[in-house]
Ligand binder design. Structure first.
Ligand SMILES: NC(=O)c1ccc[n+]([C@@H]2O[C@H](COP(=O)([O-])OP(=O)(O)OC[C@H]3O[C@@H](n4cnc5c(N)ncnc54)[C@H](O)[C@@H]3O)[C@@H](O)[C@H]2O)c1
Length: 440
């Protein structure tokens, strides 16, 4: 089957390459000329483990190609995926649907065959109805009478593990309103049907809500553990033991119970906000999610203050220098969107503390977002002369630091571990003044 993927970012490029690997003919479309040029040159525009090899091998077989020309890209495609960004709209937190609408208009003007248009972007409830309205008012529908079905197929992949997640998903959710849509989607995901990945067919609106409900629930799980961590620090508990103790209860589950500096990334912050807006529009408040958003916002700056405390408080901290290890919102990605590192560095800068940072993949994206931070060439260069070290992202490269070298290079052996990657007793035995999250 020919598939067109409109939007070749983290989701579109991974999904397109995986669909090609399933045996479909895929054209990835993007309006960003430089992205498409890089793909033509065999250079990945994003960092995602395994993507390079997957794209290269599928380009070689002729099943995967790239273009900026939407009309050419969708020609003959049975399924046209919309995988463009849906960021928070400036000012009010609603999902900005302008990119999705623009694609729907363009598809409607250029479509030259029957097709299923699939929203893979995370979109608020009712967006499928709007996309369908746009398409039905379009030239392709009015003049040529092409059969069109609009389907919701939210994406649940995690950056850093995206290819595995796409090929072996916990579930696939398909929200369709007619047999044409369901049939084409069954064909698109046939290889996964054979793998027995659970496929859930729902209404379009339920499918759209499933994505937001899933992200809000996960954000709640993280935020709950972060507050338990704060309580552990006060009462003298260990949040990792608490997580293990509750996670063994099958009703709770052991995953996603890691306390840390607060959630970030391109999805949870904007999706929780967009869900609040939907709830507000429909006068059906989601108060738990409201609390989660507030608690998480406060937490990121609180982490900056934790570092300032480790430097001896705000008076003592002024003029000091911190080494920040890790900038991305999680390891194995270069994505800096809404990373806690940004708020932490800002809090430090406001307190007169300078920061030198190192991240294995995120520094290029981080530079414009954190102009006050000096980017170092490796962790040790960041640590040299630092009054304190803060671990913000749990990259493997930081799990096995040469502690003697760290101590020799730093001005003071102060380490704030916001990801609990070290054991307090090991670090203290090695002579560090060590603090972490939810452990005393
Ligand atoms: N990143 C994730 O981990 C993830 C996971 C699940 C769902 N999602 C959702 O998937 C969607 C895409 O996210 P992303 O992280 O891949 O975004 P992204 O910003 O990495 O990519 C979006 C791409 O769409 C392109 N684009 C925008 N308008 C276009 C147009 N009119 N024609 C062609 N291309 C156009 C942009 O140039 C960009 O390359 C969002 O709704 C997001 O919430 C993201």
């Amino acid at each position: 089957m020919k598939i067109a993927m409109v939007g070749s970012g983290y989701v579109g490029l991974v999904s397109g390459a995986c669909f090609a690997d399933f045996g479909h003919d895929v054209v990835c479309i993007d309006k960003d000329q430089s992205k498409i040029d890089r793909l033509h040159e065999g250079v990945m525009p994003i960092y995602e483990p395994g993507l390079d090899a997957l794209v290269t091998s599928n380009v070689k077989t002729g099943r995967l190609s790239f273009t900026t020309d939407l009309a050419e890209g969708i020609e003959g495609a049975r399924a046209i995926f919309i995988a463009v960004g849906t960021p928070s709209r400036r000012g009010d937190g609603h999902a900005d649907l302008s990119y999705v609408r623009a694609v729907a208009h363009e598809v409607g003007e250029s479509l030259s065959n029957d097709a299923v248009v699939v929203t893979k972007s995370t979109v608020p409830v009712g967006t499928g109805d709007e996309v369908e309205r746009i398409l039905r008012e379009s030239r392709a529908f009015r003049e040529k009478g092409h059969r069109i079905s609009v389907v919701s197929n939210p994406e649940f992949l995690r950056e850093g593990a995206a290819i595995g997640d796409f090929k072996r998903p916990d579930r696939i959710v398909i929200g369709a309103e007619d047999d044409f849509g369901r049939e084409v989607m069954r064909e698109v995901y046939r290889p996964l049907f054979l793998n027995e990945s659970p496929i859930l067919f729902t209404s379009r609106r339920s499918s759209e809500l499933i994505k937001y409900a899933a992200n809000a629930f996960l954000a709640t799980k993280i935020t709950f553990m972060n507050e338990m961590a704060d309580l552990c620090e006060k009462v003298g508990g260990n949040v990792q033991d608490v997580a293990r103790g509750i996670g063994l209860d099958g009703r709770i589950g052991g995953k996603f119970l890691h306390a840390g500096p607060g959630y970030g990334g391109s999805c949870f912050p904007k999706d929780t906000l967009a869900l609040l807006k939907t709830a507000e529009d429909y006068e059906s408040p989601v108060r738990i999610v409201e609390a989660v958003v507030k608690v998480n916002d406060l937490r990121k700056r609180a982490m900056g203050r934790k570092v300032i405390e480790a430097l001896g408080g705000s008076e003592a901290a002024r003029g000091k220098r911190v080494a920040m290890l890790g900038l991305t919102f999680k390891p194995n990605t270069d994505d800096m969107r809404d990373s806690p590192a940004i708020a932490i560095a800002q809090t430090l800068a406001d307190a007169g503390v300078t920061t030198a940072a190192y991240d294995p993949e995120g520094m290029e994206q981080a530079r414009p977002l954190m102009p006050e931070v000096v980017m170092a060439t490796d962790p040790y260069a960041a640590i040299e002369g630092a009054d304190a070290i803060v671990i913000v992202t749990e990259w493997d490269a930081f799990r096995a630091l040469d502690l003697d070298r760290v101590k020799a290079l730093a001005k003071a052996p102060v380490l704030v571990d916001l990801r609990n990657i070290y054991k307090p007793e090991t670090l203290r035995a090695a002579g560090f003044v060590y603090s972490s999250i939810g452990r005393t």
